[in-house]
Design a protein around this ligand. Structure first.
Ligand code: SF4
Length: 363
């Protein structure tokens, strides 16, 4: 049964220089209204009225939608008691009243795109907000009564030193947010930085130092490192994302959204025009076979700090995992990139740094 849904809202006030997501910064109010109408039709077409455990509005900038539109979207779904209902917000688009309305609509988790509290770096990377607006947004969200607030940060930004990054995290911790996500800057082909590389980019070693220092720092402040890029306190992990990492099914609605239902992984059209014309069609669909499901279970499971559970894998896939992956396990146990846990295997801290290479070895 599919009990999670992701909805993509592809509009932003400005295209950030590092951004390679599907988002458009040139639009009219009517474009958003049309988009919402199509989205509602797509939900009507595919959603089978299951009671959702999690709903996640991401983007883009979902907080560019007015609360009437958000109400129309949220009203399409049934929810389990205590469902996690998240909306990504960008500081420049929200104020206390808007956040209050979000709370009244039923959103119980906000994910704030902070990226850094350093105003110079914010300008270099093309963000619209400044650090004060970001701090005010966290403050307003707390005053409104949100008890599950996440903040996103990027490390390895132009001009950023290890100390700058740790200062960002110190500020985040001081605000008392329950959840922190950290992403290393990656300059992908279709972003502005790719065409014009910024000066003073920290190198890979420096990025690695930032990542390792962040783990130590956040853990010392009571945040649990539960996934390669994610930390939380008071058990406030992202239930929506955990469903992805546990290979759970989920709907994907909106342009470029990916979904996984009835054993089929699919992607909506990533071009806005095509999506609007063919919202009931998929750009790609793929029925997962047993081998692919096993590889995903390993791939996604190892992203989580608790790692993979061998008994479960052996039972689900009718294999002897340790025999099947003897060579790769031995290789990385010897180098200390993988560690044995009570129930299976997990990455060590230095294993996370090489996760892409190691995971490729499992495939
Ligand atoms: S706010 Fe997010 S989605 Fe929008 S342009 Fe910036 S990075 Fe991309």
């Amino acid at each position: 049964m599919t009990q999670s849904a992701y909805i993509h809202i592809p509009f932003c006030l400005n295209k950030c220089n590092y951004c390679s997501f599907v988002s458009y910064d040139c639009f009219q109010k009517s474009d958003i209204e049309n988009y919402v109408q199509i989205l509602l039709k797509e939900i009507d077409y595919y959603y089978k009225n299951e009671h959702l455990k999690t709903l996640y509005l991401g983007g883009g900038t979902p907080s560019l939608l007015d609360t009437d539109s958000l109400k129309k979207i949220i009203d399409k779904f049934y929810f389990e008691n205590n469902a996690e209902i998240t909306i990504e917000v960008n500081p420049e688009t929200v104020d206390f009243d808007y956040l209050l309305k979000l709370k009244k609509l039923g959103f119980n988790r906000v994910s704030i795109g902070v990226q850094t509290f350093n105003d110079n770096i914010l300008k270099i990377i093309g963000r619209v907000h400044d650090s004060k607006t970001a701090i005010d947004t966290v403050d307003s969200a707390q005053k409104v009564g949100f008890e599950n607030i996440s903040t996103d940060f990027i490390y390895g930004l132009p001009n950023q030193t290890l100390n700058d990054f740790l200062k960002d995290l110190e500020t985040a911790v001081k605000t008392g947010v329950e959840h922190i996500s950290l992403y290393g800057l990656k300059i992908e082909e279709n972003c502005k930085f790719y065409k014009s590389l910024p000066k003073n980019l920290p190198n890979d070693d420096c990025q690695a130092d930032m990542y390792l220092a962040a783990i130590d720092f956040l853990q010392s402040k009571g945040y649990k490192h539960y996934e390669i890029s994610n930390f939380c306190k008071d058990g406030k992990f992202s239930r929506h994302n955990l469903n992805y990492w546990k290979c759970g099914e989920y709907y994907g609605f909106g342009v470029s959204a990916h979904g996984y239902t009835d054993g089929c992984r699919y992607a909506n059209f990533s071009d806005l025009k095509k999506y609007i014309q063919n919202f009931f069609e998929k750009e790609s669909m793929h029925m997962m076979d047993k081998k692919e499901k096993l590889e995903e279970t390993i791939f996604l499971g190892l992203r989580c700090c608790e790692g993979i559970n061998i008994q479960q894998i052996n039972k689900t896939f009718d294999i002897d995992f340790e025999k099947a992956y003897k060579n790769v396990l031995e290789k990385y146990l010897n180098t200390g990139h993988i560690i044995k846990t009570d129930s299976g295997y997990a990455f060590s801290k230095k294993g996370f740094l090489l996760s892409n290479i190691i995971l490729a070895d499992f495939l």
